[in-house]
Design a protein around this ligand. Structure first.
Ligand SMILES: *Cc1c(COP(=O)(O)O)cnc(C)c1O
Length: 352
């Protein structure tokens, strides 16, 4: 039985036999081949999505949180804290509960997707909303955790990156080698940093013969790395990447440059179209931020060569159910009908 990523990849993680592993059996998420999207866009490469929305709390944040809470527990911490655009708070609340610790999350008022807020509340976290954005919230959390006996579990906590790098291990283990291209949404830039670290470690250990080009995508309204300066009031419907001053900015640039990759932006329209295509053509439902990694490949496919012998992996960072409001907003509404054959069959005839 799969026992969670800290257990499974322990030889590559900062744990000892005495470390009290906190786990919800996260990781081991499927790598799903796309069947229809590549054809639609003339992409001959094998194109997979790593569906991180199937982690216990519905996002990749569980990878880093399993590791960070494990280390906090080892240290004897009683309370953890994070700033969050939503998924970090859901994961922190769940794993802190699992470990018997208290959890406090600071979120930007009104900008949290409904599913994520519900999770933090159900897991019993102290949920504090501020009139400010993620960047403001993170500054406050850093100040508090410096001065008081509270463990910071944002991705500037190095154990978060350690846990998250296991996503790259799983991809290499599943494919037998690293892919040629790895596309990923970029918000606070912890995940692109972590994947690059994971790919590099397995490459150095000769478990892979190559490392992928890292292709990071920010939302156009919150694209500080693309613009080369912080964005004061970041805006995008992809709330998970609505971040104006990424904590792992330098590391993300290093991942881009060392891999010969790129970090570019995609518009909210492109993100929405990608989310709809993925759900409507492939049967895979991801949240808006995750669709940036699909929108990015679609955007680049005319100028870059994704040939037959190449492999692309796009990370779907979070589950579509996280943000039901947005999904309902962009979809056709249910059709009211009378409950009889004539009125119902009218809507099926075109498929006969
Ligand atoms: C956190 C998050 C991101 C951004 O990841 P970073 O490590 O902050 O760059 C993207 N998508 C989803 C669904 C997230 O929860």
């Amino acid at each position: 039985m799969w026992k969670g990523l800290v257990h499974e990849y322990r030889e590559f993680l900062p744990v000892t036999d005495e470390t009290p592993i906190v786990s919800l059996n996260e990781g081991n998420t499927p790598l799903i081949p796309l069947l229809h999207l590549p054809k639609r866009f003339g992409i001959e490469a094998k194109w997979y999505v790593k569906y991180e929305g199937l982690n216990p709390t519905g996002s990749f944040k569980d990878r880093g949180m399993a590791m960070a809470i494990t280390k906090a527990k080892e240290k004897g911490a009683k309370i953890v804290m994070c700033a969050s655009t939503g998924n970090t708070s859901a994961a922190a609340a769940a794993y802190a509960t699992r470990a018997g610790m208290a959890c406090c999350v600071i979120i930007p008022e009104g900008k949290i997707a409904l599913g994520k807020l519900a999770q933090a509340m159900m897991h019993g976290a102290t949920v504090l909303q501020i009139k400010g954005n993620f960047d403001d919230a993170l500054n406050t959390v850093i100040e508090i955790t410096k001065k008081y006996p509270v463990e910071l579990v944002n991705s500037i906590n190095p154990y978060r990156i350690e846990g998250q790098k296991t996503g790259a291990f799983e991809i290499i283990d599943a494919l037998g080698d690293a892919p040629d291209f790895h596309s990923i949404p970029v918000g606070n830039a912890g995940n692109i940093t972590a994947y690059w670290k994971g790919y590099t470690e397995f490459f150095d250990l000769k478990r892979a013969t190559k490392r992928p080009k890292m292709m990071g995508f920010q939302a156009a309204g919150s694209a500080p790395i693309v613009l080369g300066h912080p964005v004061k009031n970041p805006e995008t419907i992809a709330t998970a990447i609505r971040i104006g001053n990424p904590a792992s900015w330098k590391q993300a640039e290093a991942a881009r440059d060392e891999s010969g990759g790129l970090i570019e932006s995609v518009t909210d329209e492109e993100i929405t179209e990608a989310q709809q295509l993925l759900a409507g053509l492939e049967g895979v439902f991801c949240e808006p931020a995750s669709a940036a990694s699909i929108a990015g490949i679609i955007k680049k496919c005319s100028s870059m060569s994704f040939g037959k012998d190449k492999v692309i992996v796009s990370v779907l960072t979070g589950n579509g159910l996280k943000d039901p409001n947005r999904a309902i907003e962009i979809s056709p509404k249910p059709i009211g009908v009378d409950n009889n054959l004539t009125s119902i069959l009218k809507h099926l005839e075109s498929h006969f």
